[in-house]
Design a protein around this ligand. Structure first.
Ligand code: FAD
Length: 389
């Protein structure tokens, strides 16, 4: 293999370059990215950047030492056998890494709506978060909650509109997500549940119910779609992202996919997974690089995610889709620090959510990995160390 092209210069893309070199690949590597910026981290965009604590989140990677040809402001437009078509001409490849991430969904309507995916989005939004500004955040998911936190801190009047019956309902289910609802009120944020936005209009949003909410700033945070349109018409199978096997290989032998855009087969959970989390973009490239270079490697992590919202460190590990029931560790109404555990077959942990209990998260993730049985009577007692349950 002489030339590997990596499409998408985000975290998964740059980690793919590093992994290829770490696995001994000495040929040419070209990294192309649609954005004009060097690869940067996105988690701080809705945290430190919005809070005004930093303007740059560039990934710490020595691209010069990695001897990679970095082509920024160049987008892939199509793929055919051994050739990536780009906005700047064609690129031949022997091996290809697809790392194009995901793009935010926008709602219909003529009004101006912010989204938050890029550093440019974050800086533009931050400039609007001034005391007294009326900001409507559509969607009480992870990013909506973090933006509401920053906007309330900046002195804005914040309304969060959520279609489901609880915040984080899509990620955690309404029962677990509902435990975070009181945080909004305490931060002075007006949370409107069971409320659907019909359209984003000039100076406000119109609700499905017909009502209207005026706003100076509207942020749409209703999720993302894998950025894979450029693969239309190619031989790469796409279905909710790029379909890859447990080695992260696509339907083409010389093409792998990583990060937010990859829909991989998880041996551990016996199902396909597409995980839009930083840890996946960080970890998957090692397997993908090994696969591309002819080694045998399997990607089968216990997915991990964190969020910082309303003064809490929220962490999640595992996959709750296979759980039969959940139990609380601590009482969210009484305790500052609590956790939710999802179990299968009565006593096996399959996912854990922790609030300001980082040790539970680390130990819980290991238990999910190891698959050992737990004593649930001890698990529900937050005073008992999780690894001793
Ligand atoms: P991306 O970071 O999206 O990078 C893909 C790159 O490919 C982009 O630069 C894009 O412009 C480029 N691209 C797309 N299409 C093309 C094309 N056709 N040609 C060339 N280039 C293209 N995760 C956590 O675990 N914890 C958090 O707290 C957290 N906070 C987040 C906060 C925000 C505001 C956002 C947006 C995400 C957050 N995430 C968090 C998720 C995490 O950042 C993503 O999972 C991670 O960025 C995925 O990396 P990636 O490289 O797969 O994709």
């Amino acid at each position: 293999m002489d030339h590997v092209v990596v499409v998408g210069a985000g975290l998964a893309g740059v980690r793919s370059v590093e992994a290829l070199r770490a696995h001994g690949f000495a040929g040419r590597i070209t990294l192309i990215g649609e954005e004009p910026h060097r690869p940067y981290d996105r988690p701080p965009l809705s945290k430190a950047v919005l809070l005004g604590q930093t303007d740059s989140t560039v990934v710490d990677s020595d691209l010069e030492a990695l001897d990679v040809r970095l082509r920024l402001g160049v987008a892939a437009k199509g793929l055919r056998d051994g050739v990536v078509e780009t906005t700047e001409g064609e690129l031949d490849y022997d091996g290809l890494v697809i790392a194009t991430g995901a793009s935010p969904i926008r709602l219909r309507g003529e009004g101006s709506q912010h989204v938050l995916r890029t550093i440019d989005d974050a800086l533009a939004l931050r400039a609007r978060l001034v005391p007294g500004a009326r900001i409507v955040v559509i969607g009480a998911g992870w990013i909506g909650a973090e933006v509401a936190t920053a906007a309330a801190k900046a002195g804005c009047e914040v309304i969060v509109i959520e279609a489901a019956e609880a915040p984080l309902a899509a990620a955690l289910g309404a029962a677990a997500g509902g435990h975070t609802a009181p945080w909004y009120e305490r931060a002075g944020v007006d949370l409107r549940l069971d409320t659907m936005v019909g359209s984003v209009d000039l100076g406000g949003v119109t609700l499905m119910s017909g009502g209207r909410i005026d706003a100076d700033v509207i942020l749409t945070c209703v999720g993302v779609r894998p950025a894979v349109d450029w693969l239309k018409g190619s031989a790469v199978t796409v279905e909710d992202g790029v379909v890859v096997d447990e080695h992260l290989r696509t339907s083409l032998a010389d093409v792998v996919a990583v990060g937010d855009c990859a829909n991989w087969w998880s041996r551990r959970f016996g199902r396909r997974m597409r995980v839009e989390h930083w840890d996946t973009a960080l970890g998957a490239p090692d397997t993908a690089a090994a696969t591309l270079l002819g080694e045998v490697a399997v990607y089968d992590p216990v997915p991990y995610f964190w969020s910082e919202q309303f003064g809490h460190m929220v962490q999640f590990a595992g996959h709750r889709g296979v759980a039969t029931h959940m139990v609380l560790r601590g009482d969210p109404r009484a305790d500052e620090k609590w956790a939710v555990c999802w179990l299968t077959g009565e006593d096996r942990l399959t996912a854990i959510l922790t609030v300001d209990r980082p040790r539970d998260l680390v130990q819980g993730r290991r238990v999910v990995e190891g698959g050992q049985r737990l004593d649930v009577a001890r698990l529900v007692d937050p005073a008992v160390t999780l690894r001793d349950c």
